[in-house]
Design a protein around this ligand. Structure first.
Ligand SMILES: [Zn+2]
Length: 170
C-alpha cells in the first residue's frame, strides 16, 4: 500500500515536471493498478498476483521502469537482477540508477519478455508456484528451492549474469 502511494506521488511529481512522457496520465494510472497472475495465465482463483509493469519511453530514446521495486518485491527478486536480465535479453545497455533501458519499448512487449524471466527464475518447475528462493550457487549452477512443494529446480541463467549470483546467500 505504501509502495502504491509512493508511486502515485512519484507519477504526479514526474508529470508536473516532465512533459516528455508519451503516455496519457489517465492511461498510466490505470496501468499502475493493474494486477495480473504471476504465472501469466487467466485464472480468477489464482492466489499469486503482481502488478503489471509500468514503463514509459522518453524522447532521449530510453525506456524507464516506473514500478520495478514494487514488482520485484512481489516476486521476491532483486530489481537490479531483473533490469540486467532485460538488458541482456534485448541486447541493450541498462542504467541501474535510472532503472532504464536504452531504446524504446512498448510496455506490453516488456511484459511479454518478463513472463519468460518469471517462468525461468521465479516459478517452481515442479508445482508452478512462485514461492521459490535461490540456493547458494554451486559450480556456476543456480537452483531455486520451492517453499510450496519443497522441490528444487535449476535456473537457466544467462551466461553474462552468472557472476551476479556467485556468493549470493539468500
Ligand atoms: Zn514447487
Amino acid at each position: 500500500m505504501f509502495a502504491l502511494a509512493f508511486n502515485m506521488v512519484k507519477y504526479f511529481f514526474l508529470e508536473k515536471n516532465d512533459n516528455t512522457y508519451t503516455t496519457l496520465p489517465h492511461t498510466r494510472t490505470a496501468l499502475t493498478h493493474a494486477m495480473i497472475n504471476i504465472h501469466g495465465k487467466p485464472d480468477p482463483h489464482y492466489r499469486y498476483t503482481m502488478h503489471k509493469l509500468d514503463t514509459v519511453c522518453k524522447r532521449n530514446n530510453k525506456t524507464y521502469f516506473l514500478n520495478l521495486p514494487t514488482v520485484s518485491e512481489e516476486l521476491k527478486r532483486n530489481s537490479d537482477e531483473i533490469l540486467k536480465w532485460f538488458a541482456l535479453t534485448l541486447g541493450v545497455n541498462s542504467n541501474v540508477k535510472e532503472v532504464s533501458l536504452a531504446g524504446k519499448y512498448e510496455t506490453s512487449t516488456l511484459q511479454t519478455h518478463f513472463q519468460t524471466y518469471i517462468n525461468t527464475h521465479v516459478l517452481c518447475d515442479i508445482c508452478g508456484n512462485p514461492e521459490t528462493i535461490y540456493l547458494p550457487m554451486l559450480k556456476n549452477v543456480l537452483a531455486k528451492k520451492c517453499a510450496s512443494c519443497g522441490g528444487t529446480s535449476i535456473v537457466k541463467v544467462l551466461p553474462k549474469m552468472i557472476k551476479m549470483f556467485v556468493g549470493l546467500s539468500q
